[in-house]
Design a protein around this ligand. Structure first.
Ligand SMILES: NC(=O)c1ccc[n+]([C@@H]2O[C@H](COP(=O)([O-])OP(=O)(O)OC[C@H]3O[C@@H](n4cnc5c(N)ncnc54)[C@H](O)[C@@H]3O)[C@@H](O)[C@H]2O)c1
Length: 333
């Protein structure tokens, strides 16, 4: 068994707990959170050893193999580096870090200590996104003219007010670093690196320090163009998350509220039966196995086969860099 611990046991840690419990070959042996009330809840509901401090946990639980870092984003780097220095493999929630210096700190600590480091970009594992990735690898849409990523979501003021770190530049960032980073990661994973970007970002409606709306045009290294629209200001509730791709021989639109449904798919380079089959497969189970479980299982395989995890620190840094460029280019001067 590969033995896991979690540091930072708020909302997203629940998904890690579930993923570790579901994954083959994983065992959860310790939890760490600085909030004593949360810690007590966890002790009661999970029956797992709990700690208020990561260093204390490291000293008391030498059997830990992997630490999942699920704290507020601005704390990822310091904790990830300390875990790496203790010789533990690390699974770091998105965003990897809020700065490039912090991303490099994690990379250096991982390399110096010979540990595996993975970043949680779970949307890569959605069945519709996997189908799109496979189709792009076989050039199913021909030469691409342009792509689009849209995040039209609602995060009301109450969401930002639930914890002091939310919406701050030092600990969280805005819609780009927190929500749309999933789409920005997908854009570069699916379509390659972005080489040019023109953006505008603003804080229009929420009372937060970072941006709540952002738009940009992009150029990819392939020459394809891109458009991004992201906001947490949509009235009342989440409306849409989508990725669209348009090529000389076809197009695809993966949409719905969480980019998990095939809304459109045409390709002159694919048999219609195989398009119908892939749409039916996605419709039958649009969410598939949880992306968090896939990432935990991939970490186990990476350790056992001594290979890199599927989503690397370099991938995480590339997404963070795109967010930083987006905010820098688009901020009011
Ligand atoms: N992959 C995804 O889809 C996804 C979704 C939501 C959040 N996230 C990421 O997960 C992270 C946490 O988000 P959340 O919504 O769970 O936040 P949260 O506020 O609900 O939980 C964070 C927890 O960390 C604890 N904490 C703070 N400092 C700590 C420290 N030094 N040591 C141990 N514990 C500490 C807090 O007490 C809190 O319980 C963020 O980086 C966020 O971007 C990822």
């Amino acid at each position: 068994m590969i033995r896991f611990a979690i540091v930072g046991c708020g909302h997203i840690a629940n998904k890690h707990i579930e993923a570790i419990n579901q994954a083959n070959g994983a065992e959860l042996i310790a939890l760490c959170d600085t909030n004593p009330v949360r810690l007590e809840q966890l002790r009661e509901t999970t029956g797992t050893a709990v700690y208020a401090d990561m260093r204390e946990m490291l000293a008391s639980e030498p059997a830990i193999d992997v630490i999942c870092i699920c704290t507020p984003s601005g704390l990822h780097a310091g904790l990830a580096a300390a875990a790496a220095e203790a010789g533990k493999h690390i699974v770091i929630e998105k965003p990897l870090s809020l700065t490039i210096e912090d991303a490099d700190l994690i990379t250096a600590a991982a390399e110096a200590n010979g540990i595996k480091a993975a970043v949680v970009h779970p949307n890569r594992y959605r069945p519709a996104i996997q189908k799109l990735k496979q189709a792009l690898e076989s050039e199913a849409f021909g030469k691409l003219s342009h792509v689009n990523a849209t995040v039209r979501w609602n995060r009301g003021q109450a969401y930002y007010d639930q914890a002091a770190w939310r919406g701050t530049k030092a600990m969280d960032g805005g819609v780009l670093m927190n929500q749309a980073i999933h789409s920005l990661d997908l854009l570069q994973w699916l379509f390659g690196p972005v080489v040019q970007l023109k953006s505008m970002v603003d804080t229009r409606i929420r009372n937060i320090e970072a941006e709540d709306v952002a738009v940009a045009t992009l150029r990819f290294a392939s020459g394809a163009l891109g458009v991004v629209e992201a906001s947490t200001t949509i009235y009342e509730k989440n409306l849409e998350e989508s990725i669209s791709v348009f090529g000389e021989d076809g197009y695809a639109v993966i949409g719905g509220v969480t980019a998990n449904l095939v809304k459109q798919w045409k390709s002159a380079r694919m048999a219609q039966e195989s398009i119908d089959a892939l749409i039916a497969e996605v419709d039958a189970d649009p969410n598939g196995v949880s992306g968090h479980q896939c990432i935990i299982e991939d970490m186990i395989a990476a350790i056992r086969h001594n290979r890199k995890p599927a989503v690397t620190v370099e991938d995480g840094k590339q997404a963070v860099q795109l967010v930083i460029d987006f905010v820098e280019d688009g901020s009011l001067v």
